[in-house]
Design a protein around this ligand. Structure first.
Ligand SMILES: [Zn+2]
Length: 112
């Protein structure tokens, strides 16, 4: 069956960028398999300005969709660090919710 091309879908909807700038800091997005810190899906460091997305955790492959959600979650951490809002940055429920909504915005974005 021929794949139908939907022309008004946002071209970056499923893209995890190689780098982003947050509050003037350039973050590199990196990937890691089987991290030593247990079951975390990703990490953000304000000091190394890296977002690390885990591709496998405890031997299990992490889906592309889950990696995309992890990217947005970690990007929200970067935003909150840039804002100096460590109170919100430590609220994982808040970070997960905002990240999921940003991902939803990108997933649903139309170009026309
Ligand atoms: Zn987090």
């Amino acid at each position: 069956m021929e794949k139908k091309i939907i022309r008004d879908e946002h071209p970056f909807r499923d893209v995890i960028p190689a780098s982003i700038r947050v509050g003037g800091k350039l973050y590199q997005i990196k990937y890691q398999s089987d991290p030593k810190n247990g079951s975390l899906l990703g990490e953000h460091s304000d000091y190394t300005t890296e977002i690390v997305i885990h591709e496998t955790v405890e031997g299990e492959k992490i889906s592309r969709q889950s990696q995309l959600e992890t990217f947005w979650h970690e990007a929200v951490h970067a935003v909150l660090c840039a804002m100096g809002r460590l109170d919100l940055n430590n609220d994982e429920t808040f970070v997960t919710t905002v990240g999921a909504m940003l991902n939803e915005i990108m997933q649903s974005a139309k170009t026309k």
